[in-house]
Structures are given as C-alpha cells and as structure tokens.
Design a protein around this ligand. Structure first.
Ligand SMILES: *Cc1c(COP(=O)(O)O)cnc(C)c1O
Length: 383
C-alpha cells in the first residue's frame, strides 16, 4: 500500500504518483527494532516491509563515516562525511536501486527501466545485469559520448529520446505501466526506501545536529528524512537532526521557491551549473522537499565557484567527489559564516558520488617537471 505524500490518500502499488495531487507516493512511516546483522539490510529488516534478498546485492551501503580534522578546525564545527562514493557504482543511488529492484523482481516484473544521464543509469544497469533482468535506460538525445560508457558497459539497453527531457520522467512511468516495465526513477517509492539506510547507519555512530544533502529530484532528501523520522518514531533516537537541502545556485528551484515563500516549486529557467548530477530544473519531489523544509529544516545554494573551491578542499582532505557532492561543503561554509549553523555543531555531509567520473570539471592545478638527473635538487627545493 502506498500513500500520497501530500493528501495522504491510499493507492495500490501500480501507482507511483497521486492522480489527484500529482505528488509522489510513499510507503507508510514504520516503527521497528534493530536486529543483529552484518549488513544494514539485515539490521533494519523491520523497516523494509517488502522482500529483500541479498542475492541482488552488490555490496552497497555500510559506507564509512569519516571525521575531517582540518575542515572541522577551520569551520569550528565537528565535521563528518558519509562517504557514498565507495558504493559499487560510486554513488548512493545503489542503495535505492537495490531496494527497488528487489521490489520489482518480487512483484513479478520482467523489465526494469530508468531515466538518467549519469549515476542513476550506471546503477540501474549494473544491478539489473547482476540480477539477470532486462533493463532500459532512457537518455536525453544530446548525451555526450563519454557519459554512455559507464552505463553501456553493464549491458543495459540504452535509448536516446528526442523531446523534452523533463517530460520523460512522467511519460516513462505512464508507458512503463502499460508495457510492464517497472521504472525505478529518482523518487520511486521503493528507491526512496533504500535511502533510509543512510540515516540508520549515521545514527549508529553519531547524533548529528545537521545532515547536509545535495538535492536534485528530492528522492535522497525524502529518503533520509523518512529514515530519521522512523528512528524517532521507534524511540531509537531522541531528536531528528536538522536536514540541509543543498542546491547549486545555477539550478535551484527548491531554494528559490522557499525564498519567495511559494507553496510549490516552479520550473527553473535556463539552468546552468557545473554540478550536473543535481541539475534538475523541475524536480518531481521538489514540493515534497518544500513541505519537509517548512518543519524547520534548512536550504541553501552555492555558486559554481564556491562548489569548485569546496571540491578542491575535500580533495585536500583525501576525498575526491563530484561537484554535485561538494555542494554540501560549500553550503555549510555559507551557513557557518552567516551563523545559521552554531559553533561546535556536529555536521554530516553526504558525499553522494565519486569525482573520478567527472575529471573534466576539476579545477586546474600545477605540476612540476624536472629531469631524472636533477630530481634530487628538485625535491630539496620543495621540501
Ligand atoms: C542523484 C544525485 C544527487 C541528487 O539526488 P536526488 O535524489 O535526485 O535529489 C546528488 N548527488 C549525486 C552525485 C547524484 O548522483
């Protein structure tokens, strides 16, 4: 059974959005107890009310939570990162792909699809190949060749679609329903369930004051919120952390709607940002994120310059992330300087995806060249 995240009406599982509100559907809020188990899926079994088989796992989740001493000192907060770049296809998407594919297979679907130009496509392609399920990845017509390889290598059927890319999300769900292809797009309810595992893992190690989430469609934000909410409801944690929706200023429909005190998001015209993985001008869960933010959470946006600077600073702590992921640090730097995050707060950044996928956008850096015969003096000069 699914519920509309806005009006609360109940729907059967074939629906993905409320036909009345056109808002995303979600599973009910659950209560449960933690069990013993090596994997997060085993420990929180009661929080996933549908069959989960580790047969379909590629080892996603249970990622490291890392303390950043230098940046903590600089910002006068306790700064941690949840390193999602170590997932099987190098982004947090794998957690949601694992849960959604379990749902699709246990419900008898023979085909799975998604709409993506990046991390989502790679994740769905990898998991469907591993599961032995045929998949379709719908792409925008102008996708650069270099982005095709990380999806195509797994053997998924890739289809470039002419026409409005934003519209493709809605059409894919509609057509998939007729053809028996289960589309596990960005905010599919069973995908969002998988993202709760991030909250569960963080709460096992820390009681954060703030959790900072790079946000595009709003699927990840909704999942992390639901995870902490269910922990609170189950009396496993005392307080919800404040969530921070981090956007790129060049494509910030949620941030803009909040600032203009609007009830609903509007399409962000002429989006332009280096943070490609969070460049959705009309996010399908944008209104849901807005509703959550009004419960007292925060939203901030950073410029490309700030994002690239943050990307470099994270790399200097040993973590090479995509520009989209570095948005989290850029936004925290802003909130700290505006005193919107208090000194000594415990802050967790979700490092959503690996930088190695997008090396072209990396800031220029300098290298030295010296001959083999003067290597010694070259090193001495730089000691
Ligand atoms: C998908 C993605 C996001 C945003 O997630 P949404 O669920 O679409 O809000 C952020 N960062 C990276 C690297 C991503 O791949």
């Amino acid at each position: 059974m699914l519920y509309c995240s806005k009006c609360g009406r109940e729907y059967s599982d074939e629906f993905l959005r409320c036909p009345i509100c056109n808002e995303p559907l979600q599973l009910p809020y659950l209560k449960g107890e933690i069990e013993r188990g090596k994997r997060v899926w085993e420990r929180y079994l009661e929080f996933f009310p549908f069959p989960l088989s580790l047969r379909y796992s590629l080892g996603e989740g249970d990622t490291p939570l890392v303390y950043l001493p230098n940046l903590s000192k600089q910002l006068n907060v306790e700064l941690y990162v949840k390193n999602e770049t170590v997932n099987p296809t190098w982004s947090f998407k794998d957690r949601g792909t694992f849960t959604a594919i379990n749902y699709a297979i246990s419900s008898g679907y023979k085909y799975v699809g998604t709409v993506s130009t990046g991390n989502m496509g790679a994740s769905v392609a990898a998991y469907t190949s591993h599961a032995g399920v045929k998949s379709f990845v719908l792409l925008s017509e102008d996708i650069p060749q270099e982005k095709l390889l990380p999806i195509g290598v797994y053997g998924a059927k890739m289809i470039k679609v002419r026409g409005d890319y934003g519209e493709l999300y809605y059409r894919s769900i509609e057509i998939g329903k007729k053809l028996g292809i289960y589309f596990i797009n960005s905010d599919n309810p069973y995908r969002v369930e998988g993202y709760k595992s991030i909250s569960f893992e963080i709460a096992e190690e820390l009681q954060p004051d703030y959790v900072v989430i790079p946000t595009s469609s709003g699927g990840l934000f909704s999942g992390i919120y639901k995870g902490f909410y269910e922990l609170k409801k189950s009396n496993i944690i005392e307080d919800m952390p404040k969530l921070v929706c981090a956007q790129a200023l060049g494509c910030s429909p949620i941030y803009t709607a909040l600032k203009e005190e609007r009830e609903n998001i509007e399409r962000f015209e002429n989006p332009e940002t280096i943070a490609k993985a969070i460049k959705n001008p009309y996010p399908p869960s944008g209104n849901r994120v807005l509703r959550i933010l009004k419960e007292g959470h925060l939203c901030e946006a950073a410029t490309d310059e700030e994002i690239l600077k943050a990307q470099k600073e994270l790399a200097q702590e040993g973590l090479f992330v995509q520009p989209a992921s570095a948005t989290s640090l850029a936004v925290v730097q802003k909130l700290v300087s505006e005193n919107k995050i208090e000194e000594k707060s415990v802050v967790v950044l979700i490092l959503t995806g690996a930088g190695i996928k997008t090396t072209t956008s990396y800031l220029p850096f300098s290298t030295l060249t010296c001959g083999l015969d003067n290597l010694s003096s070259c090193l001495i000069e730089n000691l």
